[in-house]
Design a binder for this molecule. Structure first.
Ligand code: EZ4
Ligand code: CO
Length: 402
């Protein structure tokens, strides 16, 4: 089998997605997600200008060698743009391989380790009661794991809180909008939310929370400690993680489980965190961390240290990534949970897919490949629209982490 052509499809059915489609001489094609929120065209150009010219003529079944060629062979390694491009190629090649084998992708990874995949949804509200009512809606839908975020009194806007609820999409402006932040206010108000949620819903539902990189290690330690009685499933991205040893301090102070890694793109970004057992869940996913080939390597390292997977699954990852991630989740022995946010109806139309949701769990489906396709005619109706994630400032104007 030979790769004869590849193309990059940029479409914006309510938000931007970048999709790579690889064609073979045997008529089988594969697709991969190359979306990097707010930086879409950088990945599209990397693919178009620097990757696609090298693919033509290669055997698509040699996906390991192609991965090594694009990573090891590139000299300039790592980084979100490069790794998203490699991920898209890798996902498309696994799609081709599984289609050629006539099997769903998870079979090629080693078959299923579970019947279905537990997913968590996003409950958010301006205040405690609104958030609690949203949690109730997810429980009603059968979710066993729910992430809860609340507005912080005194702050005009807060990460994770939106008016469009289930379809939350933060990349909403032609130029970056500005949020304001106070760690002091936040630290005072978050524990009260979880006190109320446990009071109302008991300890059965798994509750999760995302700090979105905003605290320092000592603040994160305090938050983790103050949440211990509410037994969170995880506390996510408590601090920015460039400084991996910073997690030692958090770990020394709290038994609240820690999750990190949605912005990581290689195994090197999480090596120390995993080896020193400083985290409990690794959040890297297919589209941003080098595809199935590399994600599997991260998961295998994690398994040695009791770290489980919790793949990123926000709406800025396309249904193609979601489908591929669900195959990975169904197989991976050290699975924890999968994030799941609903894509808009327009997005669902552009990406017909075999995966399905039922009572808080998902299944990738059993069609050959990863089971997600792109309707190119429909995609062409939604041209790219520049959109940025917000930036974040402290109340005195200092730039902070968003
Ligand atoms: O803000 O994917 O856990 N989920 C998240 C996401 C991220 C977006 C950024 O593009 O933190 O909502
Ligand atoms: Co997050």
């Amino acid at each position: 089998m030979k790769i004869v052509n590849a193309k990059v499809i940029v479409t914006s059915p309510d938000r931007n997605f970048v999709t790579l489609k690889i064609f073979t001489d045997e008529g089988v094609y594969g697709i991969g997600d190359a979306t990097l929120n707010g930086r879409e065209l950088a990945v599209a150009a990397y693919l178009q200008e620097h990757v696609i010219p090298c693919l033509t003529g290669k055997d698509p079944l040699q996906s390991e060698d192609i991965w090594q060629f694009l990573y090891r062979g590139a000299y300039w390694r790592r980084g979100p743009v490069t790794m998203s491009a490699i991920a898209a190629v890798d996902t498309a090649l696994w799609d081709i391989k599984a289609k050629a084998a006539g099997m769903p992708l998870y079979q090629l990874l080693g078959g299923k380790s579970r019947d279905s995949v537990m997913v968590y949804g996003h409950a958010n509200g301006r205040d405690i009661e609104e958030t609690a009512d949203e949690v109730a809606k997810y429980i009603e839908l059968g979710y066993r794991a729910i992430r809860a975020q609340r507005g912080i009194p005194g702050l005009g806007s807060t990460y994770g809180v939106s008016t469009d609820k289930m379809f939350y999409e933060p990349a909403d402006a032609e130029l970056p909008s500005e949020n304001s932040w106070s760690s002091e206010r936040y630290l005072d108000h978050v524990p009260v939310l979880f006190d109320r949620l446990r009071d109302r819903f008991g300890f059965e539902p798994h509750l999760l929370h995302d700090v979105h990189h905003r605290l320092t290690p000592i603040e994160a330690a305090r938050l983790g400690k103050s949440l211990e009685d509410y037994r969170l499933y995880w506390l996510e991205d408590a601090v920015t993680a460039e400084n991996q040893e910073g997690f030692r301090l958090i770990r020394q102070h709290t038994v609240t489980p820690l999750a990190v890694g949605e912005v990581f793109n290689t195994i090197w970004d999480c090596k120390q965190l995993i080896e020193e057992q400083l985290i409990d869940y690794i959040r890297t996913t297919v589209a941003h961390a080098g595809g199935i080939t590399h994600l599997r390597r991260i998961a295998d390292l994690a398994a040695l240290y009791h770290v489980r997977t919790g793949c990123h699954g926000a709406t800025d990852l396309s249904p193609v990534c979601m489908g591929a991630a669900l195959h990975f989740d169904l197989w991976v022995p050290n699975f924890g949970v999968q994030e799941y946010m609903l894509h808009s109806e327009k997005t669902e139309g552009v990406f017909p897919h075999a995966y399905s949701f039922d009572k808080g769990s998902m299944h990738p489906g059993d069609t050959p490949g990863h089971g997600v396709d792109i309707d190119e005619e429909l995609a062409a109706k939604y041209p790219y629209q520049r959109a940025y994630l917000p930036v974040n400032r402290l109340q005195d104007g200092t730039m902070w982490n968003w």
